[in-house]
Design a protein around this ligand. Structure first.
Ligand code: IFM
Length: 466
C-alpha cells in the first residue's frame, strides 16, 4: 500500500468552545445550556472543571503557538454562540466577535487554516428557556441569523466552515437520555431536535454563502456502526433500526434528501414541512465525519424508537487495555473503513473530511531523569491514530474523496459529563497549573505531517517502541 498522503491532504486537530475556554462569565458571554447543566445540585466537580477547563480564553495565543509548532495544516475550533449573542438573538457582542477574530488572525499568521464550527452544543440558555431550544422551529431562524453574523465578521479570512457538530448526539444524549445538556429526558423531543438542527444547518449554509464569498461549508456528523449482538434475525433487525436512528437519521437527510424509512415509519415522526428536505440537503462542500467506535444491538421491544439494547460500550470502571480506551470504547479501526465504503457506495462518494478521530487514555506526565524534560508516553494513542490513518489511506486508494483528518483533540479538555477526567489530547493539560506538555502522540503526529508518510522512519517517535 502507498503510505503517502498528498501535500494538499489536511492534517488538523479539533476542539470546541465549552470544552476548552472557561471564562464563562467574561466579556459579556451569556449562559449556555451546559452552564445550567453543570450547575445542577450534585454536579460541583463538573461545574468547577467547566469553569476553567483549559483556560483557553486567556491562553489562546499559547494554544495557537502549539498548533503552529506541531505544524498543523488546520485547526478546528467552535464559536460559542452565547459569546456572540448572549441571549441567542439580537445585536452581536463585540467582545465575542473580537475574541474569535484575534484567534483567526493568529492561526493564519502561523499558517494554520481555521475551521470554525458554529454550534458545538453550547446553546444560549435563553433559547432553551424561551422556546425549548432546538425542540422549537423558531431556533432554526435564530441559528441562521447567528451564522450570518459570524460569517460576516470572519468570512474575509475564514474559508472553511462547519455548521453543526453531531446533531444526533445533541438530540439523543441531551433530549432523550438526559445525560448531557440540556438534560431533557423526553422521547417526544428527540426527532424534533434532530430535524430542527438539520434545518438550521441548511439555513446556515445559505447564510454563510451569502456573507462569505467562496466559503466551503460542511457539517460534522458522527457515524457509529451498529452490529447485531448475536447471530439472530431479531438482533440483525435491531441493529438496522439502531443504525437508522443513530446514523441514517442525519446522513440520509443531508446527503439523500430524505429520512430512512425506519425513522419515518414509527408513531413519532420528524416534524417535516414543505421545503424542509430541500433546505436540509442543500449541496455542501464536504461531509465532516466523526468516528470513534462501534456498538452492538440486541433486540429489546420496549426501548423507544430502536427497540434494541445497545451494548457496545462497556462500563467505564473496567481498566483500559490495548483494545478498550479509557472511555470504555472498543478500539475498532474497521468501523471507519465500513463507513467510508458506505459513503462511496450508498451516498455517492461526496468529499469527506474526518472532523474527529481519537481516543482517551490515562496519560501521565513523566520527567526524563537524564534530560529533565517532561513528556507523556502515550504509545496507545499513537497506535490508535496510526490505525485510523492507515484505514483512511486505504480508503483513498479505494476511491474515497477524503480531503483531510482532524485528531480529537488538540489539548486535553472538558469531556462533557466526564468532566476533565478523560484525556483525548495530543497535548497534556495539567488542570492545576494549566501547563501544556506535548505528548509523544503530538510529536509523532507532527513528524507525520512533515513527512506525509504514515510509516516514515522519522515519524517513529512515540510508536510501539515508545
Ligand atoms: O469530546 C467529544 C466531542 O465534543 C464530540 N465528539 C466526541 C468527543 C469525544 O467524546
Amino acid at each position: 500500500m502507498d503510505d503517502r498522503f498528498s501535500e494538499d491532504f489536511i492534517f488538523g486537530a479539533s476542539s470546541s468552545a465549552f470544552q476548552i475556554e472557561g471564562a464563562l462569565d467574561r466579556d459579556g458571554r451569556g449562559p449556555s445550556v451546559w452552564d445550567d447543566f453543570v450547575s445542577r445540585p450534585g454536579r460541583e466537580r463538573l461545574r468547577s472543571d467547566a469553569a476553567t477547563a483549559c483556560d483557553h480564553y486567556a491562553r489562546w495565543a499559547d494554544d495557537v503557538a502549539i498548533a503552529g509548532e506541531l505544524g498543523l495544516d488546520a485547526y478546528r475550533f467552535s464559536v460559542s454562540w452565547p459569546r456572540i449573542q448572549p441571549d441567542g438573538s439580537g445585536e452581536p457582542n463585540r467582545a465575542g466577535i473580537d475574541f474569535y477574530s484575534r484567534l483567526v488572525d493568529a492561526l493564519l499568521e502561523r499558517g494554520v487554516r481555521p475551521f470554525p464550527t458554529l454550534f458545538h452544543w453550547d446553546l444560549p440558555s435563553a433559547l432553551q428557556r424561551g422556546s425549548g431550544g432546538f425542540r422549537a422551529r423558531d431556533t432554526v431562524a435564530r441559528f441562521g441569523d447567528y451564522a450570518g453574523i459570524v460569517a460576516r465578521a470572519l468570512g474575509d479570512r475564514v474559508k472553511d466552515w462547519i455548521t453543526i457538530n453531531e446533531p444526533f448526539e445533541y438530540a439523543c444524549f441531551g433530549h432523550l437520555f438526559g445525560t448531557h445538556a440540556p438534560g431533557v429526558k423526553n422521547p417526544l423531543a428527540y426527532l424534533p431536535v434532530v430535524h430542527h438542527q438539520l434545518l438550521a444547518h441548511g439555513r446556515a449554509v445559505s447564510a454563510i454563502r451569502s456573507e462569505a464569498a467562496g466559503a466551503r461549508v460542511g457539517i460534522a456528523l458522527s457515524w457509529t456502526p451498529v452490529h447485531p449482538a448475536r447471530d439472530t434475525e431479531a438482533d440483525a433487525r435491531a441493529a438496522a433500526r439502531t443504525n437508522a436512528f443513530m446514523n441514517g437519521v442525519s446522513f440520509d437527510p443531508i446527503l439523500l434528501g430524505r429520512y430512512p424509512d425506519l425513522v419515518t415509519g414509527g408513531l413519532l415522526k420528524p416534524p417535516v414541512r414543505d421545503g424542509d428536505m430541500e433546505a436540509i440537503s442543500t449541496p455542501i462542500d464536504f461531509v465532516g465525519l466523526n468516528y470513534y467506535s462501534r456498538e452492538r444491538a440486541r433486540n429489546a421491544p420496549l426501548v423507544p424508537f430502536i427497540r434494541a439494547d445497545v451494548t457496545g460500550k462497556e462500563p467505564r470502571e473496567l481498566p483500559e487495555t490495548d483494545d478498550r480506551t479509557a472511555m470504555g470504547w472498543e478500539v475498532y479501526h474497521d468501523g471507519l473503513a465500513e463507513i467510508l465504503a458506505e459513503l462511496r457506495g450508498r451516498y455517492g462518494n461526496p468529499p469527506v473530511v474526518v472532523t474527529e478521530f481519537g481516543s482517551a487514555w490515562s496519560d501521565e506526565v513523566e520527567t526524563d531523569a537524564a534530560t529533565g524534560r517532561a513528556g507523556v508516553r502515550d504509545a496507545r494513542r499513537v497506535r490508535y491514530l496510526r490505525g485510523q490513518l492507515a484505514v483512511m489511506r486505504s480508503a483513498i486508494g479505494a476511491g474515497s474523496d477524503l480531503r483531510g483528518a482532524f485528531v480529537w483533540s488538540l489539548t486535553d479538555n472538558f469531556e462533557w459529563a466526564e468532566g476533565n477526567a478523560k484525556r483525548f489530547g495530543l497535548v497534556h493539560v495539567d488542570y492545576g497549573t494549566q501547563a501544556r506538555t506535548v505528548k509523544d502522540s503530538g510529536r509523532w503526529y507532527s513528524a507525520l505531517i512533515a513527512s506525509r508518510v504514515l510509516d516514515a522512519p522519522s515519524s517513529g517517535q512515540g510508536s510501539e517502541e515508545a
